[in-house]
Design a protein around this ligand. Sequence first.
Ligand code: FMN
Length: 220
Amino acid sequence: MKILGINGSPRGPKSQTPKLVESVLSGAKASGSEVELIDVCRLKINYCNACGVCYAEAKCVHEDDFEDLYNKILDGDGLVLASPVYFRSITAQLKTLIDRMADAIHCQLLTGKYGCAVATAGSPNYAEVTDYLSRIIIGFGASVVGSVGATPSIPGDIEAKKKVASMLGQTLVDAIKTKRAYPEQDEIHNETRKRFRSLVEMNEDIWTHEYEHWKKMGWL
Ligand SMILES: Cc1cc2nc3c(=O)[nH]c(=O)nc-3n(C[C@H](O)[C@H](O)[C@H](O)COP(=O)(O)O)c2cc1C
């Protein structure tokens, strides 16, 4: 079992967000999973230019660090997405990665996998980002087992939430092992599938790779 954590904070050694991701991953490791943490801000990932080549050919026109990271995401059983709140949203670096994954949402490439969301904020409003990241993970077809957020300026909050994060890592491993069902998320998965099925069918002639993928999965 492999779980990948992606930290979207650019702040380096003083950064608080990685403390929570590391705790999720250490909880997962203690429960028997292989884990890896990637700092997305250290990678070179160009902006998506909406050329649509990934829809047609399952490859990207950019030559940068995206492909290796994308393969790790697709290869893993679990995904932890983490970001500080920047203007009520995620950091630009993490968003740039997510934008490059349009083929993954069209093809629901994280179906059957599990994930969780992590955020820190200057205010108590970290749920703006944990809710957003959870929706993104579900959008790719995976199930979200929970989230953790902290407000580092509140004394003791990070230390307390590191314990919650470690338990979240254990929950993630357990969900993967037992293929835990989340019926309310499956309703969203069904709606998402319906939407992308009709898009992929409509674009059969140009989105050739995606059409083939949907056929191969038996979803058409
Ligand atoms: C550019 C920028 C925008 C921010 N926007 C918000 C915000 O909208 N809401 C909030 O609560 N905190 C905001 N913050 C505070 C950070 O979310 C908070 O300090 C966070 O814990 C930083 O994480 P880090 O230690 O991993 O860098 C912002 C910080 C920066 C640098």
